[in-house]
Design a protein around this ligand. Structure first.
Ligand SMILES: Nc1nc2c(ncn2[C@@H]2O[C@H](COP(=O)(O)OP(=O)(O)OP(=O)(O)O)[C@@H](O)[C@H]2O)c(=O)[nH]1
Ligand SMILES: [Mg+2]
Length: 442
């Protein structure tokens, strides 16, 4: 969804990064382009204005001017300010002091409340909780049936009564049922309307009184752009939200809502919905999203994708290697081979830091060739060299280049990029990896 924005920002950064010194003019010209790119991506104009002003102030400050690599410093600042705009903290649910905790889903019609309620229940179940879904949308029998069907699919109990019982009573009954089931989290699906109106708000505040939820989560459809931001503002002023869940981020929206909504409403984005399937819900990580937008590669997402091409044994080994930073060129080679099996090479390579730079200079469709080259270089190394790339000095580099029919600078480039990647992986393994992701390696 952020490809165009990412590409435009990448252009600005390449320009800034190539300059030895940055004048005020260079910075202003760079920021002008950043501003245009953000506006084109449908980011709220106030967010853009504030963002650019913050970056400008810091870019003109001492940290950049006295640095040896001013361009890189500006990129670092843009990244930090983008993360700040997105909310700094990763999204997570806050449990109640006493179980059961209650999460109430609210939102406009079709925003994804019911789907997201079930996804959330699955997420809770997978993290060791005992969720209970509550069908408090009693306007249509179909709404109740939809939740029951989803509950079955994910094997989570659903509390429901017919449409004749008021949603407030359903909630009260569900709370007592929760005690007998030893439920730790109730996830309550509510009715949506086409527009925010008095009737809806009255019903929601009645439900809030009955449930005393510790989380009131608004499902907002990211495809609706700035409308999503406006309705979130209004919901928040009426029912006091604790979190936002952006749904349909897998669609082809320009991403403006995702980038603006936290800053405009002040409410944290806790999760993002990225598909119709039950496991298509991800915790929201501002830093991950920012680095993805800025084209710095998303090593975590890469690992997630690579996961499916690895068997479990390999995955376990990989995790251990990352933790101990003993990920070596042999592992790199088997990853490259796994990538080959995974289909659209270009797209996957873009997620890998270092490698994305390596391929961005290549004409379209050249990635396969580049992969073969990298493979040839690694195959020309001795097992010892692959395990300890640090020992590969000048004469070894020449030998490897000769052996694989490339230039020495190709070998240099590969080794530099590999060491960059190793650093990132080490960082990832040291706690920057989200829990659920680590879970997949177990
Ligand atoms: N692609 C995609 N589709 C989604 C996502 N979340 C929800 N949907 C789809 O959006 C449609 C509406 O979702 P629901 O969960 O029924 O929305 P709702 O807010 O409960 O709707 P009402 O109860 O009618 O107000 C369904 O077809 C879902 O499958 C998502 O993250 N990605
Ligand atoms: Mg619904």
């Amino acid at each position: 969804m952020f490809e165009i924005l990412s590409e435009k920002l990448g252009k600005v950064f390449r320009l800034l990064g190539s300059k030895g010194k940055l004048t005020e003019n260079d910075i202003d010209e760079g920021l002008r382009q950043v501003r245009l790119a953000l506006l084109e991506a449908d980011v709220h104009f106030k967010v853009v204005k504030d963002f650019v002003a913050r970056v400008r102030e810091r870019a003109l400050g001492a940290e950049v001017q006295q640095s040896l690599t001013p361009g890189q410093q500006v990129i670092k600042i843009v990244n930090e300010e983008l993360v700040a705009t997105l909310g700094n903290e990763p999204g997570r649910l806050i449990a109640a002091g006493q179980p059961p905790s209650v999460a109430m889903m609210v939102g406009l019609q079709g925003s994804g409340k019911t789907t997201t309620a079930a996804k959330l229940a699955l997420h809770l179940k997978r993290s060791g909780q005992r969720p209970l879904l509550v069908a408090a949308d009693n306007r249509r029998p179909a709404a109740i049936e939809q939740l029951i069907a989803l509950g079955k699919q994910i094997d989570v109990p659903v509390y429901s009564e017919g449409t004749s019982v008021s949603s407030k009573d359903v909630c009260a009954h569900a709370l007592s049922k929760a005690k007998s089931l030893a439920t730790t989290w109730l996830v309550v699906d509510t009715a949506g309307r086409l527009h925010i109106d008095e009737e809806m708000m009255k019903e929601l505040s009645q439900l809030k009184n009955a449930l005393k939820p510790n989380e009131v989560l608004l499902a907002v459809d990211a495809m609706t752009g700035q409308d999503a931001v406006r309705s979130a503002e209004e919901f928040h002023s009426r029912v006091n939200l604790t979190g936002l869940i952006l749904t349909k981020l897998d669609g082809d929206a320009r991403g403006g809502a995702a980038l603006s909504i936290r800053w405009v409403t002040g409410v944290p984005v806790k999760f993002i919905g990225v598909g119709e399937k039950m496991d298509a819900l991800e915790a929201f990580y501002p830093d991950r999203l920012a680095s993805r937008i800025l084209g710095m590669g998303d090593v975590l997402t890469f690992i997630e994708k690579a996961q499916s091409a690895y068997d479990e044994q390999q995955a376990k080994q990989l995790k251990k290697k990352m933790e101990t930073a003993s990920f070596d060129l042999d592992d790199f080679l088997s990853q490259l081979r796994a990538i080959k099996q995974m289909g659209p090479v270009g797209q996957l390579l873009d997620m890998l830091p270092g490698v994305s730079k390596l391929t961005s200079r290549l004409p379209e469709g050249m990635e396969e060739k580049q992969l073969k080259k990298v493979e040839a270089m690694i195959l020309s190394m001795t097992p010892q060299e692959r395990q300890h790339p640090a020992i590969i000095g000048g004469s070894r580099r020449k030998r490897i280049a000769r052996g694989s029919g490339v230039q020495t600078h190709d070998v240099n480039q590969l080794l530099n990029q590999f060491s960059q990647m190793q650093k990132l992986m080490k960082m990832g393994a040291k706690g920057k990896l989200p829990k659920n992701l680590m879970g997949m390696f177990r």
